[in-house]
Design a protein around this ligand. Structure first.
Ligand code: NOJ
Length: 530
């Protein structure tokens, strides 16, 4: 039998490090906190963990602004803590993926500080993207070099402060995200060497893979032409998915393949078409890319079917396995997205339970986001002064930003900090008092809890895994439902509000008890089919 690499059908659990578990009592999660909670992840039944950035950082964008790629931020621990975590993760039979952020650094990174202190045209500035501005409408005025927007609002360029000595030279630097996140210049071989070395640094410490942040963004069109009304994410446009980026991942793949033990890389690639996505998945490039389609789809059987078909079709020519995700640290939690438009209470929970069966029965790998196993909703009423996502500030509060899905996890007890931090410590984001019944402790021994549901579904997926083909076959599906089969497993999802007849098979797991052979609305079932 051919050996299937672990990541092809893994269930990967995303840990937003700052919000998972706080061992040292500073109100922010840390590596020791993760170590202390590995039992939860083993009992949950996932295969691998993905850690969001824990590197030295001023946290202007939650750690996606890295000041030192080879060290742990003191808030999160030390390199020794990291080594101990890798050993413990492996001892628990889990794998570890870490985030790598190659598109931009922090403005506190020594390279950027050196660039600011050096004159235009210097080798220090050549590690980032500095350009002269354009003349403004009125004499003496200056505008950014082009019309590119920052993903967080406002222009993607900031003018260097010239200071009293005029040392800035009047240049602007590019930042596709916050102004504290200057973009690297990937046309400079020094940047390539640096990142190859960073990859080896973490591979040597035992990581099993990387999640590559903004993977499609590294190269920009050298002409720096205006977007002129085009979508900024358009593939092979001036900003994203330029052909040059693939050489980087070919090289990275060679590095990963030089290590034993199936090391892998998954790219955060936003593309506008399956052809472009497939390029990243060529056999000598990335092992996986995130396919966000399910996360973007509304609660609708036909929408789900369309995105599943499209996602499977997109990866089919490459031979790679698809990836599925419902929530992440960048999106509104799916439990909240699935609220019934007519406000029928409890629907969102029923749908979240059903969605798990859909997610876990699709071929490929599933990425879970911390807290979904507890049925956590988005926190929508955070006070303005607590919000830390740059999106909130940069849009003048027009967009709430992503803090609502980053509220620390409730572990135990009746009140904040719910075991997230040692007693008496205030977590970095306030935790809703209504979370008391949702702690891990409260749910662990309750067979009807969301946590028990996740454990049961994950355990069953694991038991069935070896018998499931890498493809799926659609079955006749009554309106509003999605029925499909993978070998001995049939998944039936009813997105409507009314009961429908189940497909044939012996029920193995249902998200709400069945009425005879009827599948209630907003429910899913797994059935064994001969
Ligand atoms: C994607 C990350 O998931 C997000 O959190 C971050 O803000 C941007 N990339 C920029 O690094």
């Amino acid at each position: 039998m051919t050996r299937i690499p672990w990541w092809r059908n893994a269930v990967v659990y995303e840990i937003y490090v700052r919000s998972f578990a706080d061992a040292d009592g500073d109100g922010e999660g840390d590596l020791q906190g993760i170590r202390s909670r590995l039992g939860h992840l083993r009992d949950l039944g996932v295969d691998a963990l993905w850690l969001t950035p824990f590197y030295r950082s001023p946290l202007a964008d939650g750690g996606y602004d890295v000041a030192d790629y080879r060290d742990v931020d003191p808030r999160f621990g030390t390199l020794d803590d990291f080594d101990a975590l890798v050993a413990d993760v492996h001892a628990h039979g889990l794998r570890l993926i870490v985030d790598i952020v190659p598109n931009h650094s922090s403005d506190r990174h020594p390279w950027f500080q050196e660039a600011l202190a050096a004159p235009p045209g210097s080798p220090e500035r050549a590690r980032y993207i500095f350009r002269p501005g354009r003349p403004g409408e009125r004499p003496g005025e200056e505008e950014p070099p082009n019309d590119w927007p920052s993903a967080f609002g406002g222009p993607a360029w900031t003018r260097v402060d010239d200071g009293a000595d005029g040392a800035g030279g009047g240049e602007w630097y590019l930042h596709l995200y916050a102004r504290e996140q200057p973009d690297f210049n990937w046309r400079n071989p020094e940047v390539h060497r640096e990142f190859e070395d960073i990859l080896r640094f973490w591979l040597d410490r035992g990581v099993d893979g990387f999640r590559i942040d903004v993977a499609a963004g590294l190269f920009k069109d050298e002409s720096f032409c205006d977007l002129a009304g085009r979508d900024r994410r358009v593939s092979n446009g001036p900003i994203y998915s330029r052909p040059e980026v693939h050489e980087v991942y070919r090289r990275w793949r060679q590095i990963l393949d030089g290590y034993d033990g199936d090391r892998m890389a998954i790219g955060e690639v936003w593309t506008d078409g399956p052809e472009d996505l497939a390029l990243y998945l060529r056999p000598d490039e990335l092992h996986q890319v995130f396919q966000f389609d399910l996360q973007l789809a509304p609660w609708s059987a036909s929408a789900f079917r369309d995105v599943i078909d499209a996602a499977m079709k997109a990866v089919a020519p490459t031979g790679a396995a698809p990836t599925w995700v419902l929530s992440s640290h960048d999106s509104i939690r799916h439990l909240t997205r699935y609220e019934h438009p007519a406000g029928i209470p409890g629907t969102e929970r029923a749908r979240a339970k059903a969605a798990l069966l859909l997610l876990l029965s699709l071929p490929g790998s599933a990425y879970l986001y911390q807290g979904e196993e507890l049925g956590l909703p988005e926190v929508t009423d955070l006070p303005d002064e607590a919000r830390q996502d740059p999106i909130f500030e940069r849009t003048g509060g027009e967009l709430a930003g992503r803090d609502g899905c980053r509220v620390p996890l409730p572990w135990s007890g009746e009140a904040e900090p719910f075991g997230f931090s040692p007693g008496g410590v205030r977590p970095w984001l306030p935790m809703p008092p209504e979370w008391a019944p949702m702690t891990v402790e409260a749910q662990a021994s309750d067979p009807s809890s969301m946590l028990s549901w996740y454990r049961e579904a994950l355990a069953l997926r694991r038991r069935l895994a070896d018998d499931l083909p890498e493809d799926l076959e659609w079955l006749d599906s009554p309106g509003g439902t999605l029925y499909f089969r993978r070998g001995p497993l049939t998944c039936a999802l009813n997105c409507g509000d009314n009961p429908v007849r189940l497909p044939s098979g012996t029920p193995l797991l249902t998200s709400i008890p069945l009425y005879g052979d009827l599948l209630p609305g907003n429910t899913a079932a797994w059935l064994r089919t001969p």
